[in-house]
Unconditional design. Structure first.
Ligand code: DC
Length: 216
């Protein structure tokens, strides 16, 4: 196993941006695992399936083609909400498990961001960051992002979505959103992207020094 960096946290916490920037800094590949669940949901809905149908959702996850992660529709607000619903099914999570672990196995390392990377997918990851921010701050960030993508949506609706997703992602039985015991908490509520990235970089440097995996 290479040097795995697990970045977990709730919706719109900034974990995706931080994971991508850490990966660019270290020249590691990065996997936004939320896209997997989003693509499963989009595939299921396109086939006329029901998000609460565990069987159909599991089949959609097993049939997933990774090129589907590149489709613009997986990044919509509706896809995020639908992803949170298919993500509760253990069959969906099982179907996506090997793919994520294989990605993590790349040398010299990899960055994965999601909800259960540090707890379930890569419990032995030497670097774990749990990124969080106040719901209002996350809603504001997500609202700006959706608006810049051309979606028309009210801030209050985005905040309501965020709260509902937090509850569903944290409350589910299968691999719920949770901070691993050995993850470092990074609250980005009052940080700029630069400040948050600086903090994330320091967490990774400390982890690298501790694991003996020093930058070459
Ligand atoms: O990170 P995101 O907002 O793109 O994720 C969409 C949904 O996918 C999220 O609400 C829950 C689910 N998800 C998950 O259950 N496990 C992951 N590792 C990543 C995402």
């Amino acid at each position: 196993m290479g040097f795995v960096i697990a970045v977990d946290g709730p919706a719109a916490s900034g974990k995706g941006t931080l994971a991508a920037r850490l990966a660019a800094l270290l020249d590691f590949p990065v996997l936004d695992t939320g896209l997997l669940y989003r693509a499963v949901a989009v595939r299921l809905l396109a086939a006329g399936g029901d998000l609460d149908d565990a069987e159909a959702a599991g089949a959609a996850a097993r049939a997933l083609d990774l090129t589907e992660l590149d489709h613009a529709e997986v990044r919509t607000r509706a896809a995020g909400e639908a992803a949170s619903r298919v993500a509760v099914h253990p069959g969906v999570r099982a179907a996506l498990f090997d793919l994520q672990q294989n990605f993590a196995r790349q040398e010299p390392g990899a960055v994965l961001d999601g909800r259960d990377i540090g707890t379930v997918i890569c419990p032995d990851a030497p670097a774990k960051i749990f990124v969080t921010a106040a719901p209002e701050v996350r809603a504001d960030r997500r609202w700006r992002q959706l608006t810049s993508q051309g979606e028309t949506v009210a801030y209050d609706d985005v905040l309501a979505d965020i709260r509902k997703r937090d509850e569903r992602d944290s409350g589910r039985a299968a691999a719920p959103l949770a901070q691993a015991d050995d993850a470092v908490l990074l609250d980005t509520s009052k940080l700029t992207i630069e400040q948050a990235f600086d903090a994330a970089r320091r967490i990774v440097e400390t982890a690298r020094a501790r694991s003996g995996n020093l930058p070459g």
